[in-house]
Ligand binder design. Structure first.
Ligand code: HSE
Length: 428
């Protein structure tokens, strides 16, 4: 059997310990599959004296991940620390400079610094792989980079933050408010240390930007992702949308249009009976569309010890087997930033308005929408009491400028109370 592949693991949280467990428990299986042993030689974490439930005594301990990254007996630097810059980036750069390959679960680092790091690695003949950074255990990076390499990708879509999907589906099933379920998720430990990474859509936006780069052969452009979190989604909208046959999801969509690359991570309505509509709890789903293959739907755990460690091992095993791919599927030096599509392509919209309950109110709304070139597909008025009447409208396809005009004009009428809610309906 060939020489062992030697790993240095930086970061011994849930995922790091998950990786250690797989390597300890499945040593024979991994060696048989890779044709060589896969071993850990050194580890590093912020705190040494902590019971992590795994035996770390066989491994050298490095206080500083930068030192670990450059150790002689490390072939692959496994970065599981988190953070986009600082020690994480410094250690990754040190690993490349010392001639190591890198496996990382770090979406933030790659979404922000991925292009530069990939160029650095590839110039040095090293690889950076990141299956665990996107959608946890779902092998979506591999699917896009390898399985669909013969396709022109037309669209990448998905629910890529399990915490948001948990919050939205729990709001619906329990009839609870956003604030109530947020607190529940917090108590369950589902939220990142900075919860805005989850509920603000940033974590999912990082993941979408990484998939976009592979799908469309462009330099990763996280700043080009239109981001909107789930903090404004109300139980009222979830229930009304459900009554009209939809579910609300924090949905990522990336597609190359004639006007440039469109990347959005925003709350959207999807048909309740679609695969995305049926996705419950903390699960992730990624939908890939290619010209030859059609639509592929991948579903699985987006976080957690086993699933994320499984994805880390996927990259480790590739390296052990001698499979060496560019980070984003093609040489990083040739990747360029795509123009950003200034507005999203037209789509139907769900509108919720509160009207003064008086004669002619609906006619005025219809007239404003008509003046803005917006055609109504469906409309309903749920039962109500008092002097306010909620109205729900599903439009035909509407362009972004028409929608903006209508959202400005509607509150200026004397019948619309407050600001209308407008949520895009994504066809899948
Ligand atoms: N916090 C993420 C989620 C997992 O809830 O899906 C890490 O990206």
């Amino acid at each position: 059997m060939s020489d062992p592949l030697r790993l240095g693991i930086a970061g011994l949280g849930t995922v790091g310990c998950g990786v250690v467990k797989i390597i300890q428990q499945k040593a024979n299986l991994l060696a048989a599959r890779a044709g060589r042993p896969v071993v850990i030689t050194a580890v590093s974490a912020r705190t040494r004296d902590k019971d992590r439930g795994v035996d770390l005594s066989p491994y050298a301990w490095a206080v500083d991940p930068v030192v670990l990254a450059a150790r002689d007996e490390v072939d692959v630097f496994v970065e599981l620390m988190g953070g986009s810059d600082g020690p994480t980036k410094a250690a990754t750069e040190a690993a490349i400079a010392a001639g190591k390959d890198v496996v990382t679960a770090n979406k933030a680092m790659l979404a922000v610094n991925g292009q530069a790091l990939a160029e650095l690695a590839e110039a040095a003949g090293r690889v950076i792989r990141f299956e665990a950074a996107v959608a946890g255990g779902i092998p979506v990076v591999k699917a896009l980079t390898e399985g669909l390499a013969g396709n022109q990708i037309s669209r990448v879509m998905g629910v890529m933050n399990g915490t948001c999907n948990y919050i939205l589906t729990r709001m619906q099933s329990a009839g609870l408010s956003y604030d109530e379920v947020f607190e529940e998720a917090n108590k369950l430990g589902y939220l990142e240390a900075d919860p805005n990474l989850d509920v603000g859509g940033i974590d999912a936006g990082h993941k979408l930007a990484l998939l976009s780069a592979i799908a469309f052969g462009t330099a990763v452009d996280f700043d080009g992702v239109t981001l909107e979190g789930i903090g404004q989604v109300t139980i009222e909208d979830i229930e009304q949308a459900a009554d009209m046959g939809f579910r609300i999801k924090l949905l990522g969509v990336a597609r190359m249009t004639g006007r440039g690359l469109e990347q959005r991570m925003t709350p959207c309505l999807v048909p309740a009976d679609s695969p995305l509509g049926q996705l419950e709890g903390g699960t992730n789903m990624v939908v890939l569309e290619g010209d030859a293959v059609g639509q592929i739907v991948l579903r699985g755990a987006g976080a957690g010890e086993g699933p994320t460690a499984s994805a880390v091992l996927s990259d480790v095993m590739d390296i052990a087997r001698g499979i060496r791919l560019p980070t984003f599927g093609q040489p990083a030096a040739g990747l360029e930033h795509a123009a950003r599509a200034a507005v999203a392509v037209s789509a139907p919209y769900y509108l919720r308005l509160n009207l003064t309950d008086k004669p002619g109110a609906l006619a005025k709304v219809a007239s404003v929408l008509g003046d803005c070139g917006i055609s109504i597909d469906r409309m309903r008025q749920p039962e109500h009491g008092g002097s306010e009447a909620p109205v729900l409208i599903v439009t035909h396809k509407v362009s972004a400028p028409s929608l903006a005009d209508a959202l400005e004009a509607l509150p200026q009428t004397d019948v619309v109370l407050g600001q209308p809610v407008a949520l895009r309906i994504e066809n899948i």
